[in-house]
Design a protein around this ligand. Structure first.
Ligand SMILES: CC[C@@H](C(=O)O)C(=O)SCCNC(=O)CCNC(=O)[C@H](O)C(C)(C)COP(=O)(O)OP(=O)(O)OC[C@H]1O[C@@H](n2cnc3c(N)ncnc32)[C@H](O)[C@@H]1OP(=O)(O)O
Length: 332
């Protein structure tokens, strides 16, 4: 790395510029442009890293070594996490390891983190559907990997890694839906709670089986479940390792709706139609809506109000607001 005055590299751009060019030199202008582009890139990268840190829960101060854990996770390969970003602003994130009921291998955990980063930077994103390949949702961690890293330090690091990723997923400025087809078990059940909404197909189930594995949820699923269904129902679901069918999920408020079809393709179409009623409109406005709700959900009221004020400032007088003022729609 050669330059950039304010970021600790060896030579500043102005030092290099003065060394080689005079202001009338044609190359001088190109040099200036290149430096400016470089600075912008650095600034954007810095901002992205800072944003990721802000959105995450754990870092080195918590004894968490992400790079070391990622190296370990890379040893447990298989499956993939695929993201397709549609023109209508809805992303489809597919957990793809159908041989193991879409259990999370180590590489899938790392890929999930990468896809979340991609979604954080998706300017046109408005909605997200998470589903599993082969008409089933997800059966949690790959038990082969879990067995191989069952020592307590690796377990804690994996727990912090997944909590960081799922917290960032939950805070994405898009409206997210878990499309539960087949089974959502263990970590798969936890993943559904990191979405804003859950839709279930007939015959599907959500099941927190952790007790039978001698565990409690570790991907943040218990904390989120309590907020979704209340502490009494969460205690029942976790201590009973109960199978939650679509009817019970609806009754508990764990699911928004039972879809009509359990066919893989048709259920996805239904989920897209359901989600589009909330993603209609400009991305800037939908993202702002999600941000104020996230603040209200997570922050003490005064901090949430301040965030709401800041987010309001991003849409007030913006293109959608100005167009609406011209149209003066009546909301009958
Ligand atoms: C911190 C860890 C914790 C967490 O993340 O919070 C966890 O997630 S621990 C993992 C919890 N999950 C499980 O214990 C799931 C165990 N599997 C099952 O209970 C069942 O397989 C099923 C998910 C209910 C599906 O049953 P069924 O429809 O009858 O299919 P099969 O049992 O035949 O499964 C097909 C195939 O897939 C393998 N499989 C399923 N889940 C996993 C998994 N999590 N890890 C590894 N392998 C998994 C299963 O063993 C079958 O393979 P074969 O035995 O080779 O046929």
């Amino acid at each position: 790395m050669l330059f950039a005055e304010d970021n600790g590299f060896l030579f500043s751009p102005s030092a290099v510029k003065n060394l080689y060019y005079t202001p009338c030199d044609k190359n001088y202008m190109f040099f200036e442009m290149a430096v400016s582009l470089w600075k912008n890139l650095l600034q954007t990268t810095k901002e992205r890293i800072l944003q990721q840190r802000r959105m995450s829960l754990y870092n080195g101060a918590h004894g968490y070594d992400e790079e070391l854990l990622k190296k370990k996770l890379q040893q447990f390969a298989g499956g993939s996490i695929n993201l397709s970003k549609e023109d209508n602003g809805i992303g489809i994130l597919t957990l793809n390891n159908p041989k193991l009921m879409n259990a999370f291998t180590g590489t899938m955990m790392v890929e999930l983190q990468e896809r979340v980063t991609e979604l954080e930077n998706w300017k046109d994103g408005k909605g997200l559907i998470i589903c599993g390949a082969g008409n089933t949702f997800c059966s949690g961690s790959d038990l082969n990997a879990v067995k191989a890293i069952s020592n307590s330090q690796d377990g804690m690091n994996m727990c912090m890694f997944m909590q960081n990723t799922l917290t960032r997923l939950m805070r994405l400025p898009v409206i997210s839906v878990a499309l539960v087809q087949g089974k959502a078990v263990g970590g798969g059940a936890e993943l559904t709670t990191a979405c804003d909404f859950r839709l279930m197909t007939p015959g599907s189930e959500i099941r927190f089986v952790h007790k039978h594995m001698g565990l409690v949820p570790g991907w943040g699923g218990a904390a989120r479940l309590v907020r979704i269904v209340g502490s009494g129902a969460a205690l029942q679901l976790l201590s009973g390792a109960a199978r939650v069918d679509p009817e019970r999920a609806l009754h508990l408020g764990l699911s928004e709706e039972t879809l009509l079809s359990s066919d893989e393709t048709r259920a996805l179409e239904e989920a897209q139609a359901w989600l589009s009623q909330y993603t209609e409109g400009p991305a800037s406005v939908i993202q702002a809506v999600k941000k104020v709700v996230t603040a209200g959900r997570e922050l003490p009221v005064e901090a949430a109000l301040r965030t709401e004020k800041d987010v309001f400032g991003t849409v007030w007088g913006g293109p959608a607001n100005l167009q609406a003022l011209v149209r003066r729609p009546k909301h009958k």
